[in-house]
Ligand binder design. Structure first.
Ligand SMILES: [Zn+2]
Length: 278
């Protein structure tokens, strides 16, 4: 196995043609047999991976290099997701414009080389795979939600998520209804995920303004949820599934695939198992 193919497998599983801006091979390598993968795997964890004899380290979240400097590019995916759900393209683009520019500038201020330079010193193959794995998770959650029908209730969808995904049952966090109420009708549902980070108040508002009744985020700041609740009352629903549990919903199928390829894969740093008794 090599780092190129490790990335390619994730892209294929996500249905993506190109490596998204928030994912990158930071140090290429081949003859890989033992992999350490975590949600956050940076300089200290690279030292652990090297000391424990791993051939390769994979982080989910961006860890510098182009995955930081080009992170803002994947925020554009919110625009496409909104358009796909019926939001006019000019509204969707305007909703994200300031956020994308702000993120580009913030990223350019960071020491983007820190963690990749540690991988170089340790001479350990290192990559991070963010949007492809989130896209796998989004697809799985959207499929589970699509089976519900518009007349189902918010509670029924939350129950369905717990039944379908062991990651939600096993996580230390719970799925929360932050806007609306559990007995509300679901109506039209969107899983807003796999676009860098949550769209906060502006993206959820754009969905609510254009015919979506229930937005699913994996995380959302309380201030954004409060603003939505003030504006939309209990007429619309925002379900927050939990960051680490939801990241795991996308990561586990990839880990299973690598193991099926004969690789020895160790998970850590937050990856919640899908099985009840791992
Ligand atoms: Zn994440």
């Amino acid at each position: 196995m090599n780092t190129e193919r490790l990335m390619r497998i994730a892209l294929e599983m996500a249905g993506l043609d190109e490596i998204p801006g928030d994912s990158a091979i930071h140090r290429p390598g081949d003859e890989i047999e033992r992999i350490l993968i975590g949600i956050d795997l940076k300089a200290p964890e690279l030292v652990i991976a090297s000391a424990q004899g791993y051939d390769c380290a994979i982080s989910h979240h961006p860890v510098g290099g182009s995955s930081t400097l080009r992170f803002h590019e994947v925020l554009e995916r919110h625009v496409d997701q909104m358009v796909g759900a019926g939001v006019p393209r000019d509204v969707a683009a305007n909703t994200m414009r300031a956020t994308i520019e702000e993120r580009r500038v913030l990223s350019s201020m960071t020491n983007y080389d820190h963690d990749p330079s540690v991988a170089a010193l340790l001479d350990i193959p290192y990559l991070n795979i963010h949007t492809p794995l989130d896209e796998i998770g989004r697809g799985r959650m959207a499929e589970a939600a699509a089976g519900m029908g518009e007349d189902a209730t918010v509670t029924e969808l939350v129950d369905r998520f717990y039944e379908t995904f062991g990651e939600f049952r096993n996580a230390a966090t719970e799925i929360e209804v932050r806007v609306g109420k559990p007995e509300n009708r679901l109506g039209r549902v969107v899983v807003s995920h796999g676009a860098g980070t949550n769209g906060g108040y502006p993206v959820a508002k754009a969905y609510f303004d254009h015919g979506i009744d229930t937005v699913i985020y994996i995380h959302c700041r309380l201030a954004d949820a409060r603003k939505l609740a003030e504006e939309f009352g209990e007429a619309k629903n925002l379900i927050v599934t939990g960051h680490i549990a939801s990241d795991s919903v996308g990561i586990n199928p990839y880990v299973d695939r690598l193991r099926a390829e004969g690789l020895d894969v160790t998970t850590f740093s937050g990856i919640v198992p899908a099985e009840s008794n791992p």
